[in-house]
Unconditional design. Structure first.
Length: 129
């Protein structure tokens, strides 16, 4: 299959912020490829993430910057940062330090699966324990 559309791709792009001035940011383990979590960034969080080389997010509930791991020790060291083809999602490849990315103490935040019409805890192997 030959994809020639890439020749029409611009050489540069800017983040496409939503109406609230935010962009989703997916954190992925830089070594294993495991998806760890999703959070939001505003322009200041993105700037600080690049400057500090560690994940800084925007807490929508607290309405303030959130340096991942600042109180828990579960710091995400930035290895690589990418913007998707539409400019509306960020991918952070990180070294996850501490116990994990999730506030529940799990390694990642994606531990529910659909079963019998409900979302229930996944098997222990896929819960990120």
């Amino acid at each position: 299959m030959n994809h020639t559309r890439h020749s029409q791709t611009p050489n540069s792009m800017r983040p496409n912020w939503n109406a609230d001035g935010l962009i989703p940011a997916i954190a992925q383990d830089a070594h294993t490829g495991e998806v760890l979590m999703m959070a939001w960034m505003n322009d200041e969080a993105l700037r600080l993430t690049i400057e500090e080389k560690r994940a800084v997010y925007w807490s929508r509930s607290r309405k303030q910057l959130w340096r991942k791991g600042e109180t828990s020790g579960n710091v995400q060291e930035l290895i690589e940062l990418r913007l998707d083809c539409d400019g509306d999602t960020l991918l952070l490849k990180v070294n996850q330090r501490g116990d994990g990315a999730c506030h529940t103490g799990r390694r990642h935040c994606f531990f529910y699966e659909p079963r019998d019409g409900q979302w229930t805890l996944a098997t222990q192997e896929s819960q990120g324990l």
